[in-house]
Design a protein around this ligand. Structure first.
Ligand SMILES: *Cc1c(COP(=O)(O)O)cnc(C)c1O
Length: 481
């Protein structure tokens, strides 16, 4: 292709691409869940250099089947139970396609007003959908924005917290004092990463002990804060988690937010995976105590049918955030910004540029409606509960933690070797995919339900495989002796 793809050719090839995706989805069930290839095999199928002459599009599309799909972990597979889900859906893909087609760069309100205003309204819709505290709505002093990921939300919250704790010093001079970030021992790795990026180093993070349910212990938090203050360290940020990555533990927000208010510490609540559950009124108790948080985020790209990347991040006071991040060079000055009547989302995130991600949310929220989204969450919670019941009823196994959402943590009573052997055998079948964690040092299998294609039969099959292969794996610990 020596020239640009014209509109007619784009139409033809675009239809072919959509057909290809539809075929991929309908054939997923027949594929192994994970790639069966050794490292380097995929790269070896690619030429060493880019083509001198443009190739025809049919050939490019055909190579997806030979180069790419055999080398994938299929996250949308009905037997995918690993990590947390990373949902996508038809409406999300199509919304993203429109965004790609528009090619708008929405760094400022002025560079694409609809890109900003649709996003503001979608975040207000989501806040309603989750019944988040009123302070997060854009109609007051707060507001929401789409970040690429929960990790970026944590980083942005860390910077805003430093700005608050440093009283202006931090913005002018950087980290000239010792600041501290607190989270539980179960907090996500992105908190440490954010602290490093912010110049606080690993010692800038204190991992606070947890109780027997793996939730942050507020007494230990208070002790750590007062000890730090006495030593001249400035407490800057507490990151509480609703639904920890390892086991979906829920930190006690009422007690934590009380402490944060007493000491004037920024409270960020990370609900990356479990936030989606709050679309269901019967699961909102998991969010109790959120009304005093300074910021909150969850990932529609995990469990809410919206393709990566889409993290929804809210702040109670957007002025504090903008003050933290805003730098206004001459070439970005414009009348709309100067009027103060618009939001410029470049000031709410690390990069300057941003794409029109609100379109996929708009498509998803309208296509599913509140009822459809609730049905998706409820199905995950119910299927996980069913699986947990089987585990509980089988004396070879034990449940390792409560399962308030759609993640079940379990292990073989026989021991770590047996549990690890079971996981290896399960994943080697290619029919399902689970991952693991360690809880109190002990090897634990994690089964997270949430792929849109996963039905009851798939979870039944998963249990059948777990139960069958457990007998073989059970030998592993006795073989060790
Ligand atoms: C998955 C997860 C994250 C990181 O999510 P990204 O959006 O990929 O950055 C952060 N916190 C928790 C609790 C998570 O489960």
């Amino acid at each position: 292709m020596a020239t640009h793809m014209d509109a007619e050719e784009f139409r033809r090839q675009g239809h072919a691409v959509v057909d290809w995706i539809a075929d991929y989805w309908s054939g997923l069930r027949d594929r192994p869940v994970t790639a069966q290839e050794p490292p380097g095999a995929i790269a070896a199928r690619l030429p060493a250099a880019p083509p001198e002459q443009g190739e025809n599009f049919e050939q490019i599309l055909a190579d997806l089947d030979t180069v790419v799909t055999p080398g994938l972990t299929h996250w949308q597979h009905p037997g995918f139970f690993g990590y947390f889900p990373a949902n996508t859906s038809g409406p999300s893909v199509l919304g993203d396609l429109v965004s790609a087609g528009l090619g708008v760069q929405g760094m400022l309100w002025a560079t694409g007003p609809a890109c900003t205003e649709v996003e503001t309204v979608m975040l207000d819709w989501l806040a309603q959908l989750l019944d988040l505290p009123a302070r997060f709505r854009s109609t007051g002093p707060g507001g929401g924005v789409i970040q690429d990921s929960a990790s970026s939300a944590t980083l942005v919250a860390t910077l805003a917290a430093l700005h608050r704790a440093g009283g202006g010093d931090w913005r002018a001079q950087g980290v000239t004092r010792r600041y501290r970030v607190y989270t539980s021992t179960q907090g996500h790795s992105s908190i440490e990463k954010a602290a490093r990026i912010a110049g606080l180093g690993d010692e800038g993070v204190r991992a606070v002990e947890v109780d027997e349910l793996l939730a942050l212990d507020p007494v230990a938090l208070r002790t750590a804060i007062t000890a730090d203050q006495a030593a001249g360290v400035v407490p800057a940020l507490v990151v509480a988690t609703i639904g920890t990555t390892s086991t979906t533990a829920i930190d006690p927000l009422p007690a934590i937010s009380q402490i944060c208010r007493e000491y004037g510490i920024w409270l960020h609540v990370d609900a990356a995976y479990a936030g989606a559950a709050a679309v269901c009124p019967e699961l909102r108790h998991t969010h109790t105590g959120l009304e005093y948080a300074d910021s909150y985020c969850f990932d529609p790209h995990k469990w809410l049918l919206t393709g990566f990347d889409c993290d929804a991040f809210w702040v109670a006071d957007r002025a504090e955030l903008v003050e933290t991040l805003s730098v206004l060079p001459e070439y970005l000055r414009n009348a709309a910004t100067e009027s103060g009547a618009v939001l410029d989302y470049r000031d709410w995130q690390v990069p300057l540029g941003r794409r029109f991600r609100a379109l996929k949310l708009w498509f998803v929220l309208r296509s599913y409606g509140v009822e459809g989204l609730r049905a998706h969450i409820r199905s995950g919670v119910e299927l996980a509960a069913w699986f947990a019941d089987q585990v509980r009823a089988d004396e070879r196994f034990e449940l390792v933690a409560p399962h308030p959402f759609s993640l079940v943590c379990f292990r073989l009573r026989a021991g770590d070797e047996s549990s690890a052997a079971l996981l290896a055998r399960l994943n080697a079948t290619g029919r399902i995919y689970l991952t693991h964690t360690r809880v109190a040092g002990r090897y634990t299998l994690r089964l997270a339900v949430g792929s849109p294609l996963t039905r009851k039969e798939d979870v039944f099959d998963a249990w059948r495989l777990v139960s069958e292969l457990a007998d073989v794996a059970d030998q592993a610990d006795s073989d060790q002796l």
